[in-house]
Design a protein around this ligand. Sequence first.
Ligand SMILES: [Cu+2]
Length: 235
Amino acid sequence: MLWRVTMPALLIAVYRSALIGAVVLHATRLLSDTRHATHAVEGLITLLDRIETPRDLDDVLVWLDGPGLAAAPPVRTTILTERKTFVPHVTLVPSGSTLVFPNADGFDHNVFSRAEPLAFDLGLYGRGESRDVTVSRPGVLRLYCNVHAKMSAIVLVHATRFATRADRTGHFALGDVPAGNYTLHVWHERGGAQQVALRVPLTQAVRVTLDARAYRALPHLDKVGKPYDARGRRY
Ligand SMILES: [Cu+2]
């Protein structure tokens, strides 16, 4: 008798708990889908310049900063000193990466940066030799050679994995960006820096205009802060 009463009740209870379980599972999935959905951040950079079509639009750096953005694993990357030139001129690396500077010229170079807190001086070294430095703080570095005043390179050390450069037409795209509020940084050697507050997902593509028309190339100082010309040209 007892069996007859409890069995249907038990079945209903099991059915109910399964139903509630399914609803909870579904709701959890919806929530995690929203939380983990990622989006593209795309845009167009315009560089106003004295020449009509700037040839180095692909040297425009674009990166995102903001809470909760994952970092990229550090890398080891090479910047060659060759024919009194840094090759490549512009490099992007995640924070904590190592920059390696092999010397391919038949004479000495001395790579340095005076940009605090990433200042370093690799000293004089000759053909076939190489020096390296680990860059652990985010920022834009300007690298120079203490022997050759005309040598320069740019390194973006980025804190999050969302960093890229524009293409030759000024377009850029960052993929898999989680929803949130961020700062988009845009930087170009002659066009300067701009920051744009972004809410992701975007409702429209980002448009940023940099102005390089007033840019004048000024001589930089050597590694001890003196003009190169003060001790005579060494190249
Ligand atoms: Cu040099």
